[in-house]
Design a binder for this molecule. Structure first.
Ligand code: FUL
Length: 466
């Protein structure tokens, strides 16, 4: 049975007391950037690498896998954790075949059960029958990532329904930082640390006031190249929903005061997470996390509810195609393997994306770019022959920041005929994908109609969409 799944944005995310401190921390622990006040925010090398991954897999695995729940209550017997054929190499290979470049594992979910033998709690794999209590899922996971050339990330739920000291704020902050230290010092490079915003009561009915400045500072010190994800960054922000759709527009720049701490709630917070802010002083791109199945954890009853290739392709367009990165959850089964249906779906998604973007009609064609003023520009490309175009891919060179605020794409068969609008939109950023009814065209023009700074040349790809 799946417990009432409210996921992010649930009632449990309220009542933080460190708002101001966290807003400050968000600013203080940002990676170094250009000091000129007039320059637009730009990604750090780690943020750029994160975005270029495009697709990462999320792996929700733990006691819930065995109890058939979404949120454990922390009273689970560690003995329930007993995968019969755990094989993180199979996860990594399936991820690679699906085109993912990174993986993020739930080292600890809200139930507090640790997938590594933490010295700080008894509630871990060390108390399970799996590998005779000598196993370490995080170790096998990070080794598999290394072996397959994938980047490893970890989720460590701040909310812990097992820890007796949860809610005893200074003590639990010490405990949480010590757990983070174990994870960030034992397993080699960790590229993303994922902080969930869900925050409910502990076993004693108390709530925790997290010391976010300390937590963020610790990660920065132990893994300076890792990006930190949370609603409030500091490096990567949540996209504001779990349906697979980033906002449109989607600015990678934000006003940090709009989402002052992880778990802040309200319509204005969600709008800020979805859209970012064109004038925001901080670079904090949006990550789109969603699951290939209805739940985050594996449930046998959902084996026939795995998203179709069409649904996953739509999600690709509304995440990677909207200047975001897709974090797609594919939960291991009770065996400790990714389910055959999910593995096949991942491979099929990769095949579909590869086929859609295989022939770029604009590749190698001469592109004319000219400025039309301080906030506008036109790009024109002659495809050399009339071809049906049904997908446009636009990209800004985000190493220099994000700039375009409104654009339109026009096409004509011969250049002398009538130009017709094929698509249009607001932000572009790392990548914007537009799909439309295929139109036969030879000349294509992209008009930047508005921008927040002088636009730089765009990269343009044009595809049939078939
Ligand atoms: C939410 C959690 O409550 C869910 O269980 C899941 O981990 C999702 C990714 O984030 O806030």
């Amino acid at each position: 049975m799946i417990q009432g799944v409210t996921g992010r944005g649930s009632i449990s995310r309220r009542d933080f007391t460190l708002a101001a401190a966290c807003a400050l921390a968000g600013r203080l622990v940002q990676s170094p950037r250009s000091p000129e006040p007039s320059s637009r925010p730009r990604p750090s090398p780690s943020q750029l690498a994160w975005q270029r991954d495009e697709l990462a897999l999320f792996l929700h695995f733990g006691v819930n896998t065995f109890t058939d729940r979404e949120w454990g209550d922390g009273r689970e017997d560690p003995a329930v954790f007993d995968p019969t054929g755990l094989d993180p190499l199979q996860w990594a290979r399936a991820a690679k075949a699906g085109g993912a470049r990174a993986l993020i594992l739930t080292a600890k979910h809200h139930d507090g059960f640790c997938l590594w033998p933490s010295r700080l709690t008894q509630h871990s794999v060390a108390r399970s029958p799996w590998r005779g209590g000598a196993g370490d899922v995080v170790r096998e996971f990070s080794d598999a990532c290394k072996r397959e050339g994938l980047r490893a990330g970890l989720y460590l739920s701040p909310w812990d329904r097992n820890a007796p000291i949860y809610g005893d704020s200074p003590r639990y902050n010490d405990f949480y930082c010590d757990q983070l230290t174990e994870l960030l010092t034992r397993y080699g490079p960790i590229v993303e640390v994922w902080f969930d915003g869900a925050n409910g009561e502990g076993p004693n009915g108390r709530r925790q006031a997290y010391d976010w400045p300390r937590i963020f500072g610790l990660v920065r010190r132990l893994q300076p190249r890792a990006v930190m994800f949370s609603d409030a960054g500091p490096d990567v922000r949540w996209c504001g929903n779990e349906t697979g759709a980033a906002g449109d527009p989607n600015w990678s720049t934000v006003d940090p005061a709009a989402v002052p701490y992880p778990g802040a709630s309200g319509d204005a917070v969600i709008a800020a997470l979805q859209h970012g802010h064109p004038g925001g002083p901080v670079w904090r791109p949006a990550e789109t996390d969603t699951s290939i199945r209805p739940g985050w954890f594996y449930h046998p009853a959902e084996d026939d509810r795995v998203k179709s290739v069409d649904q996953l392709t739509d999600i690709w367009f509304t995440s990677v195609g909207r200047n975001s990165k897709l974090l797609l959850n594919v939960p291991p089964t009770r065996e400790g393997l990714l389910h055959a249906t999910d593995v096949a779906r991942l491979a099929a998604l990769q095949a579909r994306i590869t086929a859609l973007f295989a022939e770029d009609f604009a590749a190698g064609r001469r592109v004319h770019w000219h400025s039309t003023g301080p906030r506008g520009a036109v790009t024109e490309v002659d495809l050399g022959r009339t071809v049906p175009v049904g997908i446009a891919r636009l990209e800004e060179d985000i190493a220099h920041g994000q700039c375009v605020a409104r654009y339109a794409i026009h096409g004509t068969v011969d250049g002398g005929g009538t130009w017709r609008e094929l698509a249009g939109g607001s932000t572009i950023g790392y990548r914007k994908l537009d799909r439309f009814e295929p139109v036969p065209v030879r000349l294509v023009r992209v008009v930047v109609e508005d921008a927040v700074a002088t636009p730089r040349p765009l990269r343009i790809g044009l595809f049939s969409g078939a």
